[in-house]
Design a protein around this ligand. Structure first.
Ligand code: HEM
Length: 415
């Protein structure tokens, strides 16, 4: 980086640099940052995620100016935003569709990391911060879904808060603390609104840490071979600023399509009916992006020794997150990238299909064949992490790696 390093051009810049080196920071970390020259489009999703977070925060702040967190008025206040507030229809649709687009990008980003081994040393902390962001984003989305106070908001909140009562000893107290009473009601809506407003800023702070942790070792890359010389990298600007911007524009196309042509298609019809504690919907289903974990929660419908089925489900769901957190220590293979792991590749594909299966099953009623399949897919989720990855790390013979990134990009003769 030395030949690009920041040199203050004027006396004013030098004055600022001696006191608060923001310009130096921007030049070294946003512009000149040496970035592997072989990054493909899967690497644009980090930037897309930053954009999604910004969109949610900006639209959310505007929505909060017109929304009323009170059980008697919340549903109507959302209707008021959609019908009466200037631009309200678009702002509300962008926020609601934006949640789905955010999760789409999150899942692509996570599965990219799982395939290219980006969680391996020295990027474990970076990855773990990512998983924490993911868990907080799920909590934020869940609480946001309660705010319009439709039927699914109310019953989703009831079912999901209820699972905390399964925790031994303190469960009942935790449940009342979460709900602010014995049942889901006005205090629940208020605390969810408060936390739904707060958490995105906590997430934004964690994203700053995430990128800090990224800039210590630098990016991984599709072949997973470390950067060896300056020939392997290009400056972040203009190469990746432009590539990221282009990818963001592409991502905006389906995003805009939903907003303008099918703003409500991703929402459950029952959530357009005001919450009613006397009428239970036929099926209580969370939004699509929570379904895989919902399936795992429901799959444990039997008691094991002193653990009843409800507690078992909570443990399984918690364990599914813990598996994600500890994957850097479960997969100890030396080779990072799945491109050079001939057996891993197939198991990765199976894991992906299984995960899509878990998503599908979460939306099905808990009866007949679906119950069996949910158990099989849940079991395979854990087998992948706790059996397949550790065993493959020991027995798989990887393909020969290119000696450097430039050799991989330019071929042996020019590298
Ligand atoms: C709001 C959510 C998130 C934002 C804004 C975000 C942002 C970013 C950015 C800008 C990058 C660099 C560009 C790229 O590699 O795509 C990155 C890399 C990375 N992120 Fe995230 N991220 C988020 C969530 C996550 C999650 C949920 C995980 C893991 C479960 C994760 C794990 C990683 C890892 C391991 C890298 C390094 C990738 C590499 O160099 O190969 N991130 N992230």
């Amino acid at each position: 980086m030395s030949e690009h390093s920041y040199v203050p051009g004027t006396a004013a810049e030098k004055w600022l640099d001696d006191r608060l080196p923001v310009a130096r920071f921007a030049k070294e970390h946003l512009m000149d940052f040496p970035t592997p020259k072989n990054l493909n489009y899967w690497w644009t999703f980090g930037a897309i995620l930053v954009m999604c977070l910004a969109v949610q925060i900006v639209t959310g702040i505007i929505l909060a100016m017109h929304y009323t967190p009170n059980v008697a008025m919340a549903f109507d206040s959302v209707e008021h935003i959609r019908r009466d507030v200037n631009g309200g229809r678009i702002i509300q649709a962008t926020h609601a569709v934006g949640a789905s687009m955010f999760f789409l990008a999150l899942y692509v980003h996570i599965f990219r990391n799982l395939f290219f081994g980006s969680y391996k040393a020295p990027r474990e902390i970076l990855y773990i911060i990512g998983v924490i962001i993911f868990i907080l984003t799920m909590a934020t989305a869940f609480m946001g879904y309660v705010l319009p106070w439709g039927q699914m908001s109310f019953w989703g909140a009831t079912v999901i808060t209820n699972i905390f009562s399964a925790i031994p000893v303190v469960g009942e107290s935790v449940l009342q603390l979460l709900r602010g009473g014995f049942a889901v009601g006005n205090p629940t809506l208020n605390r969810f609104f408060s936390l739904h407003y707060l958490l995105p800023f906590v997430i934004a702070a964690l994203v700053a840490l995430h990128i800090w942790a990224l800039h210590v070792p630098g990016n991984n890359n599709p072949i997973g071979v470390d950067v060896k010389s300056t020939r392997d990298t290009v400056p972040f600007h203009p190469y990746y600023t432009m590539k990221d911007l282009f990818a963001m524009v592409l991502f905006m196309i389906p995003f805009a399509w939903f907003i303008f042509f099918a703003p409500d298609i991703l929402g459950h019809p029952d959530n357009y009916i005001q919450a009613n504690s006397q009428v239970t919907p036929a099926h209580i289903v969370p939004e699509w992006y929570l379904l895989p974990f919902y399936t795992i929660l429901r799959a444990i419908d039997f008691n094991v020794l002193f653990i009843n089925s409800q507690l078992g489900g909570v443990i399984a769901m918690a364990l599914s997150m813990i598996a994600l957190l500890v994957v850097p220590w479960l997969d100890t293979a030396k080779v990072r990238s799945g491109l050079f792991r001939p057996v891993f590749k197939w198991f990765y594909l199976l894991f992906l299909i299984n995960f899509i299966g878990l998503t599908y099953l979460g939306a099905q009623p808990a009866e007949g064949i679906y119950v069996v399949l949910a158990k099989v897919c849940t079991a395979y989720y854990f087998i992948h992490f706790f059996v397949v990855l550790p065993v493959l790390s020991r027995i798989e013979k990887p393909l020969p790696l290119p000696t450097s990134i430039s050799e991989n990009v330019l071929g042996k003769a020019h590298a």
